[in-house]
Design a protein around this ligand. Sequence first.
Ligand SMILES: NC(=O)c1ccc[n+]([C@@H]2O[C@H](COP(=O)([O-])OP(=O)(O)OC[C@H]3O[C@@H](n4cnc5c(N)ncnc54)[C@H](O)[C@@H]3O)[C@@H](O)[C@H]2O)c1
Length: 328
Amino acid sequence: MPEIPVLVAGGAGYIGSHTCLALAQAGFRPIVYDNLSNGHREFSKWGPLVEGDIRDRARLDEVLNHYKPVAILHFAALIEVGESVRDPVAFYENNVVGSLSLLSAAQAAHVRAIVFSSTCATYGLPEMIPMSENHPQAPINPYGRTKWVIEQALRDYDSYTELRHVTLRYFNAAGADFEARIGEWHTPETHAIPLAIETALGRRETFQVFGTDYDTRDGTCVRDYVHVLDLADAHVRALQYLLDGGASRSINLGTGTGTTVNELLRTIATASGRPFPIVERERRPGDSPVLVANNEMAREVLGWTPRYSLEDITRSAWQWHTSSNLLG
Ligand SMILES: NC(=O)c1ccc[n+]([C@@H]2O[C@H](COP(=O)([O-])OP(=O)(O)OC[C@H]3O[C@@H](n4cnc5c(N)ncnc54)[C@H](O)[C@@H]3O)[C@@H](O)[C@H]2O)c1
């Protein structure tokens, strides 16, 4: 049977590349469209790589016309919250202007389905835990607001055009392909697991814990870590749901289980077999004490269940960091 073409904007990045692997396994042909600003040519292994920017409408038209994808998975974005505070203009330009260009190209090419990467950062500070999809959305930084703006645009496209969407709001993506062909590789790295692993490997001097006096079980922040391959699986399900005629929806992707920073560090020390130096710092402004997903909708609508544990996450991440010859 011929593979079904889908366009994966940002498919050379961390979550996009793992989703391309899952798409190929499910019989789709992922066409990666990426400007390689933060992605890696080496991560595009399961279909063609087209170098291009989502702000380049002419290039998008050309690619959509050539490959005729049945759907778009849209990962392309700047993602670092701190950078969004320092340079919000770049985030609006890339994440908002770029996404609107992609939506309008999709509309012109009669693409009827899009899966959009959103984030729990669109909720802002939690009013209730776990957070369900109808938690109020009040993002507290430009990164979260750029994602929220595109969620609103998608709703209007749903009301007034034929484009249907699933917006997936991820909690903390983590872990790697178990064969270590691809993994988490951000520059600069700001995510806790790779930072802790780099510290255990002696590539960083210390791991900094920001805030030890939160009202949580050990005083450190609680986050919901979900394996990147579970996210990838949810994307394939969301795509299939839309191709089967499903209505537009926003869906949380998290395990529903919270892990404190201290618990995470213990798991990493076990996976690595190496205790590593930790420094306690003041709380960072804007950090929520607890972010945990209510994932009932993903279970009901997509039939999705996270398969991998925190130990699977840290083990696969450790394997990626220690065995890949791509990382310096
Ligand atoms: N990593 C997480 O924990 C997390 C959590 C919530 C949401 N998200 C969202 O998931 C998506 C993927 O995140 P990631 O961690 O894989 O990030 P990533 O930086 O690894 O991947 C993003 C990819 O998009 C590409 N890109 C950026 N701007 C582009 C543009 N203008 N045109 C074409 N390509 C462009 C980059 O080169 C990169 O390959 C992002 O939209 C992010 O906001 C990530």
